[in-house]
Design a protein around this ligand. Structure first.
Ligand SMILES: Nc1ncnc2c1ncn2[C@@H]1O[C@H](COP(=O)(O)OP(=O)(O)OP(=O)(O)O)[C@@H](O)[C@H]1O
Length: 476
C-alpha cells in the first residue's frame, strides 16, 4: 500500500511541475552552430550566457570537462536557474542531473559533507551493459487452456503444469515471421501481471523469463479498445523474433549505494530518507564499479550537479567541493549565486560571491544580464501560454511595465492572481483592470519596504533608535 501511495504522490508532483516556475524551459534554444536563437525552447534573450552554456553542454556531451565547475553569476531573476534547467533538459535522459539548494544541505538531518556526497553521487551515472537472449515481437494472440487433466497435459512442459496447472499458447509476430510459443504457468502469470494483450509489443528475456511491455503496436492504434493518455505506440519489430541484444541499464552511483546499504533498503529511494551511508559500502561499490569498467561491462557517465544559492555554503563545504572535483568520476558542477562581494560563511573574510578565491579560480564564470523591456514582454507572454491564461495586449503591456519597474518574478506572479481576479468578475480575458487590481492587492519589494519605513514603529523588533514598540510588543 505504501508503495502505491508513493506512486500516486509522484504522479501528482509531475502535474504540479507542469506549471512550475521553469516548466516553460525545454532547452537552451540554440541552433546547430550553438548560436542562441532569439526565442526558442522557452528561452528568451540572455544570448551571451546561453551561448556560453551551449559550449559547456557540448563539452559535457563529449565527456571533456568532467570534474570542472561553472559559476552562473548575476542579479536576482536574471535566469540563472532557468539556464541550469535549459542545460538539464538538453542533456537527455541518460545523463544524470541532480539539483540542490545550498541551504537544503544545512536543514537535512545528515552531516553537510554526507549530503554533498549523496548529491555528487546522484550526479554520476553508471551504464551497465548486458548481453541478453530475447524474444521480441507483437502479440497476435494469447490463448489460455482451461485446467487440463494430467493425461492431456502430456505434451506440455511438466514444470509449467506443476507451477499453476495452466497452459496456453502465445502467438508473436514480426514484420517477417510469426511463431506460436507454448506457455507454462509461470509465463502465463508473468504475462498476466504485465496485463499483456494482443496488439502489445513485448520483449521476453529468455534467461530470466522477464516480460517487458514496450508499447502498443502502431498498426493497432485505431482499434476501438480504450487506450490511456500514457500509451506509447511503437513499430512492430522487424526480422527474427529471437535476437541477442545488448541491454543497457542506467543507474546512478547513489542508487547503487542505497540499494546496497543494508540499513536503508531500496525503498529509501522513493522516500528520499536515505540516512548516512557508510564509507565502507561506498568503497566496496567503487571497487566493484571499477572492476566492471575494466571488464568493459560498465561505463561511468559524469552528469551535472547544480547547486543553487552557492553563497550559503560554508568554508568546509567549499574545501569538500575542491577535493571532490579531483575524483576521476566527478560530475560537472554548475553553481549559481546572486551575491556580490560578501563574507564567506563560517569566516570573517569577504570575497566575490562569498566564494573562497582558490575555489573561484577553478570556475568558468558565466554572467547573466538584466532583461530589456522587450525580453520581459516575451517571457511574460510565454508564461501566460504556460499557465493557460488569456491576456489582452494592453494588459500585457501594463504587466511588462510593472515588470520593468519592480521585478520579472513579481510580474510573473501577478499572472496567476490576475487570472483569478478575472475569473471572479466572470471575464474570459485578463484585462488591465485585473492587473491593476492585483497590483494594488499584492505589494512588490519596493512598495513593501516603503510601507515598512512609514509604519515600522508599529512592528516588533524595529530598529529605529529610541522606539520601544518592539520590546513592548514582546512583553505583552
Ligand atoms: N531567458 C529566459 N527565458 C525564459 N524564461 C526566463 C528566462 N530567464 C528567466 N526566466 C524565468 O524567470 C523566472 C526567474 O528566473 P530565475 O529563477 O531563473 O532567476 P535566477 O537568476 O535564478 O534568480 P535568483 O538569483 O533569485 O535565484 C523563472 O520563472 C524563469 O523560468
Amino acid at each position: 500500500m505504501a508503495e502505491l501511495k508513493r506512486l500516486s504522490d509522484s504522479r501528482d508532483l509531475t502535474r504540479i511541475e507542469r506549471i512550475g516556475a521553469h516548466s516553460h524551459i525545454r532547452g537552451l534554444g540554440l541552433d546547430s552552430s550553438l548560436e542562441a536563437r532569439d526565442a526558442s525552447e522557452g528561452m528568451i534573450g540572455q544570448q551571451p550566457a546561453r551561448r556560453a552554456a551551449g559550449l559547456i553542454l557540448q563539452l559535457i556531451r563529449q565527456g571533456k570537462i568532467a570534474g570542472r565547475a561553472v559559476l552562473l553569476a548575476g542579479q536576482p531573476g536574471t535566469g540563472k536557474t532557468a539556464l541550469a534547467m535549459g542545460i538539464a533538459k538538453s542533456l537527455g535522459a541518460e545523463t544524470p542531473f541532480a539539483s540542490v539548494a545550498a541551504s537544503e544541505l544545512f536543514s537535512l538531518n545528515l552531516s553537510k559533507t554526507e549530503a554533498l556526497t549523496q548529491a555528487f553521487r546522484r550526479a554520476i551515472g553508471v551504464r551497465i551493459k548486458e548481453e541478453a537472449e530475447i524474444i521480441e515481437g507483437e502479440v497476435v494472440e494469447i490463448s489460455i487452456d482451461r485446467p487440463v487433466s494430467a493425461a492431456a497435459a502430456g505434451s506440455f512442459t511438466p514444470s509449467g503444469v506443476a507451477a499453476a496447472g495452466k497452459t496456453g499458447r502465445l502467438t508473436l509476430k514480426t514484420t517477417d515471421m510469426e511463431t506460436v510459443y507454448e506457455l507454462g504457468g509461470k509465463m502465463i502469470e508473468a504475462l498476466g501481471k504485465e496485463k499483456v494483450q494482443s496488439g502489445d509489443v513485448i520483449a521476453l528475456d529468455k534467461a530470466s523469463g522477464k516480460v517487458t511491455k514496450l508499447g502498443r503496436s502502431i498498426g493497432r492504434s485505431r482499434d476501438y479498445d480504450a487506450v490511456g493518455p500514457h500509451t506509447k505506440f511503437v513499430k512492430c519489430p522487424e526480422g527474427e523474433l529471437q535476437k541477442r541484444k545488448e541491454v543497457v541499464h542506467c543507474v546512478t552511483l547513489h542508487e547503487i549505494d542505497v540499494i546496497n546499504s543494508r540499513t536503508q533498503g531500496f525503498l529509501a529511494l522513493f522516500t528520499g530518507d536515505t540516512g548516512e551511508i557508510r564509507a565502507e559500502v561506498r568503497d566496496q561499490i567503487d571497487t566493484k564499479v571499477a572492476e566492471w569498467r575494466e571488464e568493459g561491462k560498465a561505463e561511468i557517465v559524469p552528469g551535472v550537479l547544480f547547486i543553487d544559492e552557492v553563497h550559503m555554503l560554508d568554508i568546509e563545504c567549499f574545501s569538500f567541493l575542491n577535493r571532490a572535483l579531483e575524483n576521476d568520476m566527478a560530475p560537472i558542477l554548475v553553481i549559481a549565486t546572486n551575491r556580490g562581494i560578501t563574507s564567506i560563511r563560517g569566516t570573517n573574510y569577504r570575497s566575490p560571491h562569498g566564494i573562497p578565491p582558490d575555489f573561484l579560480d577553478r570556475l568558468l564564470i558565466i554572467t547573466t544580464q538584466p532583461y530589456t523591456e522587450d525580453d520581459i514582454w516575451k517571457i511574460l507572454d510565454i508564461r501566460c501560454d504556460e499557465e493557460d491564461v488569456e491576456m489582452s495586449a494592453d494588459a500585457k503591456v501594463l504587466l511588462t511595465k510593472i515588470g520593468v519597474e519592480t521585478s520579472l518574478r513579481y510580474a510573473i506572479h501577478l499572472i496567476t492572481s490576475a487570472a483569478l481576479a478575472c475569473q471572479k468578475r466572470k471575464g474570459k480575458i485578463v484585462e488591465m483592470e485585473d492587473i491593476s487590481r492585483v497590483y494594488q492587492l499584492f505589494l512588490d519589494v519596493k512598495r513593501s519596504t516603503q510601507y515598512l519605513m512609514e509604519y515600522q514603529s508599529q512592528y516588533m523588533f524595529n530598529e529605529v533608535p529610541g522606539e520601544a514598540g518592539g520590546d513592548d510588543a514582546m512583553q505583552s
